[in-house]
Design a protein around this ligand. Structure first.
Ligand code: NAD
Length: 207
């Protein structure tokens, strides 16, 4: 696999391809061209072909890609064939919305464990997950060999929560708290800030 030099922008587009293929598959589409795939996502077909070429030779010239075959390859490339169990810290407004969203599970990403510091929330159920006390963090993470954690706590405590997750064995963090987390190089952090999307729309309307 040539993904050592794969540009980050290509990696960001792979989930879009995968999701679109899932949609096409559910509609019974068996073969798709790079043009159809690109048109569905607003991405030039040349870019689609280039992105996929980092990972091998998929599809046939003049015919296109077999949808199920390309999906399987993307599942492998994206690690979605692993069926990751995910731990979420912070059963507040955002945490509840994330747990209740059914789309992650369809991608093989299951928010199976939720932790919170609030005793009123501990032992309650959130979606299919039970809420655990923070005292149980290490046990939950190590016993279940969980590698991915989501942070949905106030920013003042996010670093401390990140440290606790990492101590427990978490290797990748999806961080929704609006702070920059300090972590060692072997930990992958993905910051998510929905307000940036809204602010950028405000910017475009103002300029
Ligand atoms: N990135 C985004 O787009 C986005 C959108 C909304 C909220 N946020 C951020 O997500 C975070 C949560 O927002 P919210 O609206 O759900 O807040 P909230 O107050 O509704 O929920 C926070 C939860 O974290 C728990 N908590 C507090 N300290 C904790 C600790 N030390 N350990 C474990 N749990 C702890 C609280 O008990 C509560 O259940 C905030 O940092 C907020 O800024 C980000």
């Amino acid at each position: 696999m040539k993904n050592i030099t794969t540009p980050a922008t290509t990696v960001e587009r792979l989930p879009l391809y995968y999701r679109y293929l899932q949609k096409m598959d559910s509609q019974g589409v068996e073969v798709i061209s790079s043009k159809e795939l690109g048109d569905g996502l607003g991405i030039p077909s040349t870019q689609v072909r280039k992105d996929l070429s980092y990972y091998g030779e998929f599809g046939r010239r003049g015919v296109g890609y077999e949808v199920s075959d390309l999906m399987k390859n993307l599942e492998r490339i994206l690690g979605l064939d692993n069926n990751w169990e995910v731990v979420l810290v912070g059963a507040g407004n955002l945490g509840q919305a994330l747990v209740n969203y059914g789309g992650f599970k369809k991608l093989g990403l299951d928010i199976s464990y939720v932790l919170d510091i609030d005793p009123d929330k501990v032992k309650s159920n959130l979606g299919n997950a039970q809420v655990y006390s923070m005292k149980e963090l290490r046990r939950v993470v190590t016993d279940n060999d969980i590698r991915i954690g989501i942070i949905a706590v106030p920013s003042e405590v996010a670093q401390q929560v990140a440290d606790e997750l990492i101590d427990g064995g978490i290797k990748a963090i999806w961080n929704f708290a609006p702070i920059h987390l300090r972590v060692s190089e072997d930990i992958k952090v993905r910051d998510e800030d929905l307000s940036i999307g809204l602010i950028s729309l405000s910017y475009y309307l103002s300029n």
